[in-house]
Design a protein around this ligand. Structure first.
Ligand SMILES: [Zn+2]
Length: 385
């Protein structure tokens, strides 16, 4: 049975230009590697209207409980301007102790570490009591319609029981070992449209300028004090990301005005409770100003928290021991696929240092990569002890 080396495997994975939703053969490649150490692999291709098909992988070793799952993604963001890279982004190179390439950080290397750790574990423990599984998606960096969300539905339908999930996204801001994510804030985006009455600027009484209304509304939105934050979460925050009043003439009062905002919210709110709160403001201000409005919401995820349990503390202690860094349990940052996975199992996230993710010359320190394999190895050994 082969024992995989994380650096070699990470390089092999980076060579696939798997920019979302392109698979480029990477799922099949990883499935083959996993098969050689005993995994049963299922490549799941999902399609939906208004989206491109995406390949995902569910691989499992063993039939018994507990089932410990590792989750991650093999898709990457586009490299951007190739001239800004010091290497070819899909031709990885090691320079000054760092492996450089698109996905080196987010998050092909963490997958390589996990596979290396599992290969070591199964070569020593041919018969362990439990199972190890991997949920790998190709749609994390994209619109996330045909990715983890659908794999989770598939697992639910098959009544596949997962006892714990470790998501290998880069969670450390600066140093390996700093941060485990035990939850994420929710995210909701609103597209607001205010409809007034177009007219001549010199005769405003014959028109109804929607810009007055939208300014009032946006000011009110920014003044909302959603909460003070909680022990586990930052304060809920609203940011206005776009204001748009199309107008091609200087002497015309425009007929409509639009704005977009995003709220990152903690578990004191749900997307529904926020919608209700905001709709009240839209209603009252537009009524006063005799305008109409419509609002479209897009919810990328609700806030959630996985209450720390023994597995959480076991993992935290292993990380502390290997990295000699004080490991924080945190809920900061953006959303991740944990928002889907937490519906079927408790999960936490721990991976590499995220400093260079999505940047040119994305890189991972070789020493971090090796330490991560050690951490993952210890987690597997302890979990099945
Ligand atoms: Zn990622």
């Amino acid at each position: 049975m082969p024992i995989y080396n994380e650096v070699i495997l990470a390089k092999e994975l980076i060579r696939f230009p798997s920019i979302t939703p392109i698979d480029a053969g990477i799922m099949k490649f990883l499935a083959k590697k996993l098969s050689t150490i005993g995994f049963k692999c299922k490549i799941l291709e999902f399609k939906d209207k208004n989206s491109k098909p995406v390949k995902n992988l569910y691989a499992k070793l063993g039939h018994n409980q507990p089932n410990f799952m590792f989750a991650g993604h093999l898709d990457v963001v586009p490299p951007g301007n190739l001239k800004d890279w010091t290497i070819k982004p899909f031709n990885p190179r090691v320079k000054r102790g760092h492996l450089i390439g698109r996905g080196a950080n987010d998050m092909k290397s963490a997958i390589a570490s996990w596979v290396a750790a599992v290969s070591k574990f199964v070569s020593k423990n041919k018969k362990f009591s439990g199972s190890i599984s991997l949920l790998i998606t190709g749609d994390e960096e994209g619109i996330a319609i045909n990715g983890t969300k659908k794999v989770v539905e598939y697992l639910k339908k098959r009544k596949e029981k997962i006892d714990f999930c470790l998501v290998g996204e880069p969670t450390n801001p600066n140093k390996l070992g700093e941060m485990i994510k035990i939850g994420r804030r929710g995210s909701i985006t609103g597209h607001l449209n205010i409809i007034g009455t177009q007219g001549h600027v010199a005769y405003p009484h014959h028109a109804n300028n929607p810009s007055n209304t939208i300014i009032k509304i946006l000011k009110k939105l920014k003044e909302i004090n959603f909460d003070k934050g909680t022990k586990d979460f930052q304060k809920t925050n609203l940011e206005i990301t776009r204001i748009n009043i199309d107008n091609s003439a200087d002497n015309v009062i425009p007929g409509s005005a639009r704005a977009t905002f995003n709220i990152r919210f903690n578990n004191k709110h749900s997307s529904n409770s926020l919608k209700q709160k905001l709709n009240k403001i839209f209603k009252s201000v537009t009524k006063k100003n005799k305008c109409k409005y419509n609002i479209d919401y897009l919810v990328s995820g609700e806030a959630f928290l996985t209450k720390p349990n023994n597995t959480t503390y076991m993992i935290q202690n292993i990380i502390k021991k290997i990295t000699k860094v004080k490991t924080k349990l945190s809920t900061t940052g953006g959303t991740s696929d944990a928002r889907f996975i937490r519906k079927i199992t408790p999960c936490l996230e721990f991976g590499l240092v995220g400093k260079t993710m999505h940047k040119v010359d994305e890189a991972v320190s070789i020493s971090d990569l090796k330490k991560l394999t050690k951490i993952y190895s210890n987690i597997i050994e302890n979990y099945f002890k």
